[in-house]
Structures are given as C-alpha cells and as structure tokens.
Design a binder for this molecule. Structure first.
Ligand code: PXP
Length: 240
C-alpha cells in the first residue's frame, strides 16, 4: 500500500506569518527521502495554505508523483491542465470549513464534476474523486469516467464505539471491493493516524492512503523524516 503525504499543513504554518518558511517544497523532498510514495497538495480557491507558486515548483521537483487536490471549478481545471500533475483528486470545497468535510455527492454535483473529469482526462491527467464509503458512489464515479476513488475515512477516524468502527470499516471495505471489481484505483484518506491506520492497511483492496495532519503534527516533535518513516513502518508490517 502506497503512502502519500499531504503537505498542506507545512504551508499553513508558513501562511500564519505570511513568510517564506517553512517551505512545503522542501517538506515534499524530505517526505520523498523518507520513503513516501507521493505528495499531495490542495490548492484552495482562497489560497489559505498551498499557493500557485508551490504547485508550480512541486510539479518541477516532486520525483515520486504529485496529486493535486482541487475543487471541480473552471479555474482549478485550467491550473491543473497548465501544471500537468500526475493526478488530480476532486474534492468538495467550502470557504468556511477548516478542512474538507466530506466526500463529493456525485448525484448532486454531476453537472460540475463530470465536465471537470472530462477536461482533466482529455489533458492526460489521471482523475480521482473523493467520496463517502458507498458502493453507489463508486458506480457514479465510474460512469463519470474517474480512474480512481478516494474513500473518505473521516467518519471512521472520529468514531469511538467499537461496534460503530466495525460497521464503518465494513462500509469502507465494501466500497473498496466494488471499485476494485470495476477496475478502478482505490485510495483512502482523512483523519488517518498512527493508531487507526492499521485497520485500513488490513483492507487489501486499498492501494494508497493520503495522510497529512497526523504526520505533520508528529513532525513538530520528531522531525518530518522520522514521522514519515514511523508511518511507513506501521504500514509495511501489514502491507508491502
Ligand atoms: N484526502 C483528502 C481528500 C483531504 O482533503 C485531506 C485533507 O486535506 C486528506 C486526505 C488528508 O487528511 P488528514 O490531514 O486528516 O490526514
């Protein structure tokens, strides 16, 4: 299972002072040296953390693969096509939210998401859609031409009652299985940390996880390279 690191929070720290450090580009290089399989950054409409400059330089410097997380808007599609990241992940975006709050409801946003997928794919960018764990959403994602899904694990990460966790994990597993059977790539992310990653890594159909907050938070105490390596050690105990 691949580990991709979301470096938005490094940019959040930089933007807190509107200075030039810490530089998310440098962070991406350290994550790659520590063994990360890819780098994820979310260019938001309000540019609250990652900026256009970051995306441009990351495209030139990331040696693994760059996943540009973005809303399905004309502005972002244009930037993605100009930048040509390895892949794009389409997410819902609200100005007031602290972080992405849920998956795309593809039945309600088809009119926005479908044309964005078409344009990205025409340009040769692999496209993933961030969805709630639901096999029905996988069918819609396939119909719209997405290459991959990213399953929202935020609810799983917040649950505390063991029986609720088991139920949510089963939904995640069924969603992953449905996507795999349809020939799609399966990613997962949001709220994953050094504890709850184990059950996710045990779902064989999940190809890749995208993790930001927990790794960057740990990095403040142990250094970024160590924080990435520790996560990789946990994952590699279960999956290659
Ligand atoms: N995947 C998606 C689509 C996200 O929006 C985020 C948060 O930016 C993540 C994964 C990473 O979530 P976290 O920072 O909670 O690890």
């Amino acid at each position: 299972m691949r580990l991709c690191i979301n470096i938005d929070h490094i940019a959040t720290l930089r933007q807190a002072r509107m200075e030039s450090e810490p530089d998310p580009v440098l962070a991406a290089g350290i994550c790659e040296l520590a063994g990360a399989d890819g780098i994820v950054c979310h260019l938001r409409e309000d540019r609250r953390h990652i900026t256009d400059r970051d995306v441009n330089i990351l495209k030139q410097t990331v040696k693994t693969k760059l996943d540009l997380e973005m809303a399905a808007t004309d502005e972002m599609v244009k930037i993605a096509i100009e930048t040509m990241p390895y892949m794009a992940t389409l997410v819902p975006e609200k100005r007031q939210e602290l972080t992405t709050e849920g998956g795309l409801d593809l039945s309600a946003t088809e009119f926005k998401v479908s044309p964005a997928i078409d344009s990205l794919k025409e340009a040769g960018i692999k496209t993933s859609v961030f969805i709630e764990p639901s096999p029905e959403m996988v069918d819609l994602a396939l119909e719209m031409g997405a290459d991959m899904i990213e399953i929202h694990t935020g609810k799983y990460a917040r649950l505390t009652a063991p029986e609720d966790i088991v139920t949510e994990l089963e939904k995640i597993r069924q969603t992953a299985l449905t996507a795999k059977e349809l020939g799609m790539g399966v990613n997962a992310g949001h709220g994953l940390n050094y504890q709850n990653i184990t059950a996710i890594a045990n779902i064989a159909e999940i190809d890749e996880v995208s993790i930001g907050h927990s790794i960057i938070a740990r990095a403040a105490f142990t250094g970024l390279e160590n924080a990435v390596r520790e996560m990789l050690t946990i994952i590699r105990r279960i999956r290659q």
